[in-house]
Design a protein around this ligand. Sequence first.
Ligand code: COA
Length: 263
Amino acid sequence: MANETYDNVTTDNRDGILWLTINRPKVLNALNAKTVEEIGRVFESALRDDGVRCVIITGAGDKAFVAGADINELATMTPVTGKFVSEQGQSVFLQIERFPKPVIAAINGFALGGGCELALACHIRIASEKAQLGLPEVTLGIIPGYGGTQRMARLLGKGKALELICSGDRIGAAEAEKIGLVNRVVPAEGLAAAAEELGKKIASRSPVAVRAAIEAVNRGGDMPFEEGQLLEATLFGLLCSTEDMKEGMAAFLEKRPAKFPGK
Ligand code: COA
């Protein structure tokens, strides 16, 4: 991670919690192709880095998480480049969704279009009370192209998702919490601490169990119920072979905190 260089994002590993900050504040952290590519590289490198236990994504400055895909780039798209742009974003966001360590979005301001889709790809979303979320693509004559139509409908149900996608409306943090678009809303000044506290708590649990939980929920959600249950039972069985399982059970019986080796 230390050797990687990025122009549009910054990374900072604080005690195993990797902060990934989208850093183009002049355009409210809008995602151009290079930024999406850099996000993908950060996750590739974090995957191999045992020093990373959790990733928190946020936006630079106090105004925006990410205000969408970069409209300067979008405006020049042809059918061929448009398909490429969509597929590139879909592929990187799928990499985030399937990341085997927890990924938390710390939504510090506008999370619109691709920014809302980025947050949707994260496992957990915590929002500042100043956050505003929405998928305004139809106001530009396009639709969400980074998985947003699929993830929002799966998270909120078809009706709410279609209302937000077809109106292009922005909603505030409180409304987003009410409909389940974000897990929790906190005061702006407490956002980083709240995200870090949750990240540290999850990082203290068994990494192999957390990884299996993410896989069961993500993959299982796209399967018929019985196959999802089979996946759950298989992962459950697999975990019974791990050192983490032995340690977790022993620690409980010996009335001491568990120290998971992550194996
Ligand atoms: N792509 C490229 N540039 C963007 C951008 C985007 N998605 N969102 C904001 N910017 C730029 C603005 O063009 C402006 O640049 P300028 O200073 O050179 O004029 C700068 O960021 C600041 O934005 P501004 O619109 O002046 O801020 P605001 O507080 O008045 O409004 C928003 C904030 C988020 C409501 C408004 O910027 C907006 O609607 N952005 C586009 C959101 C969107 O449609 N995203 C989906 C894209 S698919």
